[in-house]
Ligand binder design. Structure first.
Ligand SMILES: Nc1ncnc2c1ncn2[C@@H]1O[C@H](COP(=O)(O)OP(=O)(O)OP(=O)(O)O)[C@@H](O)[C@H]1O
Ligand SMILES: Cc1ncc(CO)c(N)n1
Length: 259
C-alpha cells in the first residue's frame, strides 16, 4: 500500500482540507498520514477564521511521522503561517522527501486571505523550488507568475513556463476550473513540455467546494503509485470528473465532494 503524507489545514465542515484529502487518498486505495498546519473556522459558505498550529509542535509531529512512516508522496495544502512554511521547507530537505505536490492555497473563493504578501514572496522564491509540482488555480497562478490569465492560450502558457524557469519551479499544473467557457481544462507545464487535459464543465461557476484540495491529493496518490506526471494527471482528471458528478449538498453553501 502506498503512503501519502498530507500536510494541510483542518476544515471542520469536511468540504476541504485534511478531512477531504484523507478521503481522497483512501478512495484511491492509498494510506493517508496527516500533519495539520492550522485549524480554520469555516462552513460550506465561507471561511471565517484561521489559527495556525505552534510551529515547534508541528515539526515534532512531522519528524516523528516521516521517520516512522516514510511516505511515498507528500501533498501540501494550506500552510497557515510563514513560520510553519519555514519549518516544513527545512524538513522537506532534511528528509529528502519525494513526489512533493504543493497546492498553493493563498485565498479562499469566498475572499479569506490565507497568506500575507511577504509570505507569498517566501513561497514564490524559496518554498516552491523544493516541490516537484505546484498546482495553482487561475487566481493563484496570476499572483505567483505575475501574469493575467484569461485563458490557456499558447502565449500565456509560454510566459508561465519562462517565469517558472527563472524562479526554479520544476513543474506546474494550472487548474482551469475558474476560467470562463464550457471546458474545465488543466495544463501541466514542465521545464520543456506543455500537456493539456480537459473535461466538460459541470454545474454553475464556483458551485462546488474542495475541488482544488481533492485534485492535489489525488495527484499525489497517483505519483505515490509510480505514475509519471502525465499519466498521473490523466488519472486525476478522470477521478475528479467522477467526484464532481457525485457532489452533494450538505449545508446552506456550496456543494461538496464526498469520495
Ligand atoms: N465545474 C467543474 N466541472 C468540471 N471540472 C471542474 C469544475 N470545477 C473545477 N474542475 C476541475 O477540478 C480541478 C480543480 O480545479 P479548480 O480550478 O476548481 O481548483 P481550485 O480553485 O484550487 O479549487 P477550489 O475551488 O476548491 O479552491 C481541476 O481539474 C478542474 O479542471
Ligand atoms: C483547510 C482548507 N484548506 C484549503 C482550502 C481551500 O479550498 C480551504 N477552504 N480550507
Amino acid at each position: 500500500m502506498k503512503k501519502v503524507l498530507i500536510i494541510a489545514g483542518f476544515d471542520p465542515s469536511g468540504g476541504a482540507g485534511v478531512l477531504l484529502d484523507i478521503k481522497v487518498v483512501r478512495a484511491l486505495n492509498g494510506y493517508a498520514a496527516s500533519v495539520v498546519t492550522s485549524l480554520t473556522v469555516q462552513d460550506t459558505q465561507r471561511v471565517y477564521d484561521l489559527k495556525p498550529i505552534d510551529p515547534h509542535f508541528f515539526e515534532y509531529q512531522l519528524q516523528k511521522v516521516v521517520e516512522d512512516i516514510k511516505p511515498d508522496s507528500v501533498k501540501i495544502g494550506l500552510l497557515g503561517s510563514s513560520e510553519i512554511a519555514v519549518v516544513l521547507l527545512r524538513n522537506l530537505k532534511k528528509y529528502s522527501l519525494k513526489n512533493i505536490v504543493c497546492d498553493p492555497v493563498l485565498k479562499s473563493t469566498s475572499g479569506f486571505e490565507f497568506c500575507k504578501s511577504e509570505f507569498v514572496e517566501f513561497l514564490k522564491y524559496d518554498f516552491f523550488k523544493a516541490c516537484d509540482v505546484i498546482t495553482p488555480n487561475k487566481n493563484e497562478a496570476e499572483l505567483i507568475f505575475d501574469v493575467e490569465i484569461k485563458n490557456f492560450d499558447e502565449d500565456v502558457l509560454s510566459c508561465v513556463q519562462e517565469r517558472m524557469k527563472r524562479m526554479g519551479i520544476k513543474s506546474c499544473i494550472l487548474k482551469g476550473g475558474h476560467l470562463d467557457g464550457e471546458l474545465a481544462e488543466d495544463v501541466l507545464i514542465t521545464q520543456n513540455e506543455i500537456y493539456r487535459v480537459s473535461a466538460i464543465k459541470k454545474g454553475l461557476p464556483d458551485e462546488i467546494h474542495g475541488t482544488g484540495c481533492a485534485f492535489s491529493s489525488a495527484f499525489a496518490t497517483f505519483l505515490a503509485k509510480g505514475y509519471n506526471m502525465y499519466d498521473a494527471l490523466k488519472q486525476t482528471k478522470d477521478f475528479m470528473i467522477g467526484l464532481i458528478n457525485a457532489s452533494v449538498k450538505i449545508g446552506n453553501g456550496r456543494l461538496v465532494l464526498n469520495p
